[in-house]
Design a protein around this ligand. Structure first.
Ligand SMILES: *[C@@H]1O[C@H](CO)[C@@H](O)[C@H](O)[C@H]1NC(C)=O
Ligand SMILES: *[C@@H]1O[C@H](CO)[C@@H](O)[C@H](O)[C@H]1NC(C)=O
Ligand SMILES: *[C@@H]1O[C@H](CO)[C@@H](O)[C@H](O)[C@H]1NC(C)=O
Length: 150
């Protein structure tokens, strides 16, 4: 029914489109990368106040479709957090580890407003041991201290 040559050309075009879309496809964020984006902030200067939380929650894409209700930023270098998985923490249960030493953290709690640009947060700075879950010796989840109780 269809002429042979255009059919082949169409197939070739579809194939090229497929290959190209696979190459261009966005890099999928790993669990470890997501942990870093959501929870690690070594570099921001204090004060870790409400404005800090409101700004950083938006900058780190946690207010896109909904305002994330609570999120903690750890003010420490990534290796010192990674180490909790491999000796600097107590494996309390499953893959949960409770750090032996204190970390400076800021808990950001949603107050009001709507996504994507008007989520408002309040900040609470703490120096405390932290609870994380690890996969293949890398942190993949930040939990409240209660998650490190067996
Ligand atoms: C946030 O999302 C935008 C658009 O999806 C992306 O370009 C940007 O790199 C993301 N930022 C972070 C910190 O992941
Ligand atoms: C490690 O965690 C276990 C289980 O929660 C607990 O019984 C133990 O006392 C902890 N050890 C240290 C050194 O914190
Ligand atoms: C926590 O922050 C204080 C300053 O607010 C600093 O003096 C201290 O060394 C930090 N502690 C840790 C464990 O990073």
């Amino acid at each position: 029914m269809y002429p042979r040559a255009p059919h082949a050309a169409l197939l070739l075009f579809l194939l090229l489109t497929l290959v190209l879309s696979l190459v261009v496809e966005d890099h999928k964020e790993s669990a470890y990368e997501k942990f870093q984006r959501q929870h690690v902030d070594e570099d921001s200067p204090s004060p870790y106040d409400d404005a800090y939380c409101t700004q950083r929650m938006q900058a780190k894409n946690m207010t896109q479709r909904t305002c994330k209700i609570i999120n903690t930023f750890i003010h420490a270098a990534l290796p010192s957090i990674d180490d909790i998985c491999t000796g600097a923490g107590n494996n309390t249960h499953d893959n949960y580890y409770y750090s032996y030493s204190d970390f400076n953290v800021t808990d950001c709690t949603f107050v009001s407003g709507s996504p994507p640009k008007e989520c408002m947060y309040s900040a609470r700075f703490n120096t405390q041991k932290i609870c994380i879950a690890c996969t293949e010796n890398l942190p993949v989840h930040y939990g409240p201290v209660s998650q490190c109780r067996p």
